[in-house]
Structures are given as C-alpha cells and as structure tokens.
Design a protein around this ligand. Structure first.
Ligand code: MG
Length: 171
C-alpha cells in the first residue's frame, strides 16, 4: 500500500476571537474551567480559545465560520459548552475526509496566569480532535497592559490549523 499526498491536499486556516470579561460567568478557556473571579460574556460559554480553533479549522476546510454554524440567535446554543462546537466540526471534517495535522494557538489575557494551565488546555483540545497532544501547541501572553485586553476587560485568542486530505489507498 502506498500513501500519496499532493500539495493541494493540504489546507491552512486562521481563527481569531475576542470576548468581554464579566463577573458572574465561569471562565472557560480551551475547554478547561479556569478558577477566576470573572468569565467571558457570550451566547455560548464564551470560550474564546475554542471559538478561535473552530474558526481556524472551518477556515482551512473552506466551511465558513463559527457564527454561521452556531449562530448566537439560536436558543440551542445558549450557554452551550463550546466543546460541542469543536466536536461537531471535527465530525464534519471527518465526513469530508479532512484530518487535522496540527493546531497552534495564542491566548491573549492580562490575567490569570495561564502558564500552569497550558498543558491541560493542550490535552483537552488534542483529546477533542483525537490527536496526539504534541500536535497542539498553546501559548499565552499578556498585552503588556495595553488596550482592553491589557486592562483585563477582554480576552482574545488566535489559532492556526493545518488540514490534509486523508490518504487515498492505491495498490
Ligand atoms: Mg466567540
């Protein structure tokens, strides 16, 4: 059996998202609950990291964006666990014979300190995508006190994902 890949079988996508920090919400980042006195405002659970990852995957596959698939006007997604979004998108990628090669992402947040939590977030996303955790990289940085993120009023995320068509089997 020979596995054949052509350059056109690879696609790359980018996703970005930003959410407002508010009191009275659980902080969910990358599918992981983060103990913190505030959370992110959103129709769903506000998981800015998973939203960026979903957009990167959808972008790579040419399948639109998170807002089109899971509109904030749909009561079905009110307070939804964003892990569901990633799970559904992964299923759609499988159906279209796409496999995820790797995901890289950066979380932009002034607080809390995310260093100790990056491994957990990495494992959660890798688990949801059925990938080796080494194929998912998580970086975190502050905004050096600048702008809304620097003031702790918002958190943002940027993600990039590479897909490839599942190999065709030839004799
Ligand atoms: Mg969002």
């Amino acid at each position: 059996m020979i596995e054949e890949f052509k350059p056109a079988d690879y696609r790359i996508g980018i996703g970005t998202d930003i959410h407002r920090v508010v009191e009275g919400r659980k902080l969910m980042l990358g599918g992981v609950y983060i103990p913190y006195p505030a959370g992110l405002l959103g129709h769903s659970d506000g998981d800015v990291v998973l939203h960026a990852v979903v957009d990167a995957l959808l972008g790579a596959a040419g399948m639109g964006d998170v807002g089109a698939l899971f509109p904030d006007t749909d009561i079905q997604w009110k307070d939804a666990d964003s892990k569901t979004f990633l799970y559904i998108v992964k299923e759609q990628l499988d159906n279209k014979q796409w496999e995820v090669v790797n995901v890289d992402l950066t979380i932009h947040a002034e607080a809390p300190k995310l260093g100790p939590l990056k491994g957990q977030i990495r494992r959660c996303i890798a688990g949801l995508l059925g990938m080796d955790f080494q194929a998912v990289n998580v970086k975190a940085k502050t905004n050096e006190g600048l702008g809304e993120i620097g003031a702790g009023e918002a958190m943002a995320a940027t993600a990039i994902a590479l897909l490839r068509k599942k190999p065709r089997r030839t004799l």
